[in-house]
Design a protein around this ligand. Structure first.
Ligand code: FMN
Length: 192
């Protein structure tokens, strides 16, 4: 199996009826994830022992799944290593993992992942776009900002928003508009 790359892969993790952006870490042929307590992902991994890494290049999906739930029509069932798992219907590729809790730090679960099955669903080619990368950066900072209104995070979000405006296409701009709407609603924050 080899769809994911060495380093941290920013994927959309599906667990039972849930999707959220997460990082899957691949180092020296070992896969792991760090899932913070309080997330549905951590709770579902503890309960069911599996997670699917969905490879997606839709920036809007990262913003949506970071802050809200997806309707059931976004998921489909798959079998992987004798387990019934769920993946995203529109994934370009996916890897199903058995998920075992290696450590509980008190703040998060360190999860050891064993690949069970993977599939490439579409052979799209994705040219590098700084707007897409900045949607990911702004979204990750925003998930933290909503919990802790820190001025450095606010500056980073505005910095990445300006890159999205300059370098992004329609999908990236739609993702930014959604992120800005969420930030305004949740904490009254406006990007510069
Ligand atoms: C690109 C990206 C990567 C993220 N990686 C992680 C991660 O590795 N672990 C984690 O606990 N949260 C991570 N988050 C934050 C979660 O997606 C966020 O807390 C989300 O609300 C959790 O949703 P859930 O409650 O449905 O699991 C990441 C967010 C983004 C945008």
């Amino acid at each position: 199996m080899g769809l994911l790359r060495e380093g941290i892969n920013e994927i959309i993790a599906t667990t039972r009826d849930n999707a959220a952006p997460m990082g899957v870490i691949l180092r020296d042929n070992s896969y792991a994830m760090v899932a913070f307590h309080g997330s549905h992902t951590a709770e579902n991994i503890s309960r069911h022992g599996w997670v699917v890494a969905n490879i997606v290049h839709d920036p809007v999906m990262y913003v949506r799944t970071a802050f809200s739930d997806l309707e059931p029509g976004y998921f489909c069932e798959e079998a992987a290593g004798g387990l019934a798992v769920q993946r995203l219907l529109n994934a370009e590729g996916w890897v199903a993992f058995q998920a075992d809790i290696a450590r509980d730090t008190g703040e998060s679960l360190v999860v050891a992942l064993t690949p069970l099955r993977e599939e490439v669903c579409s052979c799209t080619v994705n040219p590098v776009n700084r707007g897409f990368s900045s949607v990911i950066e702004a979204t990750i900072h925003a998930t933290r900002y909503i919990r802790r209104e820190d001025s450095q995070l606010a500056r980073l979000i505005s910095h990445h928003a300006s890159i999205v405006r300059r370098c992004g296409g329609p999908q990236e701009r739609e993702a930014l508009a959604l992120l800005e709407e969420i930030l305004l609603r949740e904490c009254g924050f406006r990007t510069a």
